[in-house]
Design a protein around this ligand. Structure first.
Ligand SMILES: C[C@H](CCC(=O)NCC(=O)O)[C@H]1CC[C@H]2[C@@H]3[C@H](O)C[C@@H]4C[C@H](O)CC[C@]4(C)[C@H]3CC[C@]12C
Length: 325
């Protein structure tokens, strides 16, 4: 499963944990302004905003999992298995194939408000990129550098765009249900709780942080949603880039899936394959992966953004332990 956040200490940082059991050959991919996008049912875009993110590249086409553009818009696709439903093309609507959703939005729009507007009469269509690349059931977090985000979900009732007051997204259930569930944790506090439970009884607070005792710690989507909302909302807001990037990785580490914790079959485990953190102001993608906890970075502005060729860097690396003696 996955977790995505928008963290806004000073600059704005957008990214996610991608949790799964098999990789799709994802890379760090920069799509410059003059790479020609040929969309399935939308007009081709010869010239558009440049973008950087994590994508599988098939037939020289970037299939983005999460990315931002040069204007500071970010979009991440997360599994919505069991709840998501795409529909055939509708004649009176803007039809966007699910695998093009991220690249279309980032090529075209600058802000969350523009995206909202553009989706008022849209349909996420159920076409596949290729025979062996079927559409995967996703929903999306879309954020920008105003610090605002929305969630886009296509379910059996159609397309929904929800304002996101918590700037986080995990997986099923439906987003409004995830928000409703947060009320069950209204008494959680980062530190010592007030004893409203038995005010007349002297409860010995035997440990620090008993106010977080009822925070869920499961790997399931609902637990991760509650926990990451708490971590994000209480994270420090520094002004230094390195401190804020460090905070971002720690927020997502609070819901990280270590191998062994989420078994999906005999000897098969879902785990956090990579974490991405993209600075919406600076166009820098920071990342690490399960086998290499060191943070690496790619700066889109160091590339020729007027080019028409994709720029691709490795995402999955080997652990590089710094021996001190
Ligand atoms: C599997 C993950 C979602 C992780 C997750 O939540 N898994 C747990 C679960 O299924 O519950 C999704 C997120 C983005 C998806 C990819 C992107 O949408 C891009 C691309 C789209 C193609 O239609 C299918 C392949 C491909 C490359 C997708 C494969 C599945 C990915 C990688």
């Amino acid at each position: 499963m996955c977790t995505s956040i928008l963290y806004s200490p000073k600059d704005h940082y957008f990214g996610r944990n991608l949790d799964y059991e098999i990789a799709y050959g994802q890379k760090v991919v920069i799509t410059p302004k003059n790479y020609e996008f040929e969309f399935t049912d939308l007009p081709a875009e010869k010239s558009h905003y440049a973008m950087i993110g994590v994508a599988a590249v098939a037939d020289n086409t970037p299939l983005y999992c999460d990315a931002i553009n040069e204007k500071g818009l970010g979009v991440a696709g997360l599994s919505f298995a069991g709840q998501g439903k795409y529909f055939p093309n509708a004649a009176d609507k803007k039809n966007i194939a699910s695998f093009e959703f991220i690249s279309y939005l980032l090529a075209t729009y600058e802000t969350v408000d523009q995206v909202k507007e553009s989706l008022t009469n849209a349909n996420i269509s159920n076409v596949s990129f290729a025979k062996n690349t079927p559409a995967s059931e996703l929903h999306w977090l879309v954020g920008d550098k105003t610090g605002k985000s929305i969630v886009v979900e296509s379910d059996e009732k159609g397309l929904h765009v929800y304002n996101n007051p918590v700037n986080a997204l995990t997986n099923a259930p439906l987003f409004p249900e995830q928000l409703t569930n947060l009320a069950n944790y209204a008494s959680v506090v980062p530190g010592e709780p007030d004893n409203n439970f038995l005010p007349g009884v002297n409860l010995k607070l035997y440990s620090r942080s008993l106010g977080t005792h009822h925070l869920p710690g499961g790997m399931d989507s609902e637990s991760r949603f509650v926990k990451v909302c708490f971590a994000l909302n209480h994270a420090p807001k520094d002004s230094d880039e390195v401190e804020n990037v460090t905070n971002f990785f720690h927020i997502l580490e609070s819901v990280e899936q270590a191998k062994g914790m989420d078994q999906i079959g005999p000897n098969s485990f879902e785990y956090t394959m990579y974490t991405s953190c993209m600075n919406l102001e600076k166009g820098i993608l920071y990342f690490n992966c399960y086998d290499d906890s060191r943070i690496s970075a790619v700066d889109m502005n160091k590339e020729d953004l007027d080019s028409s060729d994709l720029v691709v860097y490795d995402l999955f690396k080997k652990q590089d332990i710094s021996f001190i003696n």
